[in-house]
Design a protein around this ligand. Structure first.
Ligand SMILES: [Zn+2]
Length: 343
């Protein structure tokens, strides 16, 4: 079976004439899509050029997705958050210690309004094909590891706002333990903001394709990291999303992990009539034999995944998270894409 979409993420975008060259390099590496990783600073400072860069990518034939990268430190990613910079409050709070954490509480009105404002601005003014929800998660205050080696018992968010909402809904004080009610509350709230944002975007730009990308974990029985999006069934069921996507897997993990995660991604996507997407590691770590990149791309293609994306352009070359042989990794990914992309 062949893949319909191949792409990479692209960050640090500032100058349209430079972006044009980079997009040509992506096309030469058999990409037909690009994910623009937009930090809060990019959206605030470089907005005029984001619009132009998107137009150029589309004009060159690439499908363009906007990634709300690291926003509020609620989404995955390295960029700092302007919201946290400018707001002393509205932070997630550790259930165990009561301390504020360096992540925005996405249940507060202040953060929701801020995030919806960003989404609406992008939807109105940037002519992209879709949005990408990038590894959304509650902050993970790590204490002692559990006996099975996973996350400790601490969790977030138990800020005054979340506590009030929980009390209104359940008629009792929010426990400090992760009771089934607390888990359900966290899941519901975590999905609500993304569902609401997706609907607002579609009201402005009905054809916008929304991808929700969750962490690729096995954590459903012994261990769950309690990110709020670990129940894949619940995430994929959401009408506002069009593509169900799962994140990268380290090349150090055994082959059956790649198969297992991908099969589960496909099964859930099919169940809810969504397209499927798998991410490939193309930064930081690389397999000893770079041909393994090709093997994984072929495995995903053979299993029937619709869309393949690599994080990131040029294997992260020039960043602290570059793959050791970043440019060779990038070339290998490009070759592999060329072998599986349906033209
Ligand atoms: Zn909160």
């Amino acid at each position: 079976m062949s893949v319909k979409e191949t792409g990479v993420s692209y960050y640090g975008l500032s100058y349209p004439e430079h972006a044009r060259r980079d997009f040509q390099e992506m096309i030469d590496h058999n990409c037909n899509a690009v994910l623009l990783a937009l930090s809060e600073f990019d959206i605030d400072f470089w907005f005029p050029n984001i619009k132009i860069i998107t137009e150029i990518a589309k004009e060159m034939g690439l499908t363009v997705y906007l990634d709300t990268w690291g926003i509020g430190k609620w989404f995955g990613g390295e960029p700092p958050s302007l919201f946290l910079n400018n707001n002393p409050g509205n932070r997630q709070v550790s259930a165990t210690t009561g301390e504020s954490l360096p992540a925005a509480c996405f249940n507060t009105k202040a953060f929701r309004d801020y995030f919806f404002g960003i989404c609406e601005k992008l939807a109105y003014e940037v002519d992209a094909d879709g949005f990408f929800w990038d590894e959304p998660h509650y902050a993970l205050p790590k204490s002692y590891a559990s006996i099975t080696g996973g996350a400790g018992d601490d969790w977030a968010c138990r800020c005054p706002y979340c506590q009030r909402m929980f009390e209104e809904q359940y008629g009792c004080q929010m426990p400090k333990l992760l009771t089934p009610e607390v888990k359900a509350f966290r899941h519901d709230r975590a999905l609500d903001i993304l569902e609401t944002a997706s609907r607002k975007i579609k009201a402005i730009r009905p054809k916008s394709k929304i991808t929700c990308c969750v962490h690729a974990t096995l954590g459903t029985y012994y261990v769950t990291e309690n990110r709020g999006y670990d129940n894949w069934d619940k995430v994929a069921r959401c009408d506002a999303f069009d593509v169900f996507s799962t994140t990268i897997i380290s090349y150090q993990l055994p082959q059956h992990f790649f198969k297992n995660i991908t099969q589960r991604t496909l099964d859930i996507a099919k169940k809810y009539d969504k397209a499927s997407q798998r991410w490939l590691m193309s930064y930081y770590q690389e397999p000893e034999d770079l041909n393994q990149i090709k093997d994984v791309v072929h495995l995903y293609a053979d299993m029937g995944v619709d869309s393949l994306f690599g994080w990131t352009y040029r294997g992260g070359h020039g960043t602290v998270l570059a793959a050791p042989r970043a440019l060779e990794v990038w070339d290998k990914l490009g070759e592999a894409y060329g072998e599986v992309l349906q033209r």
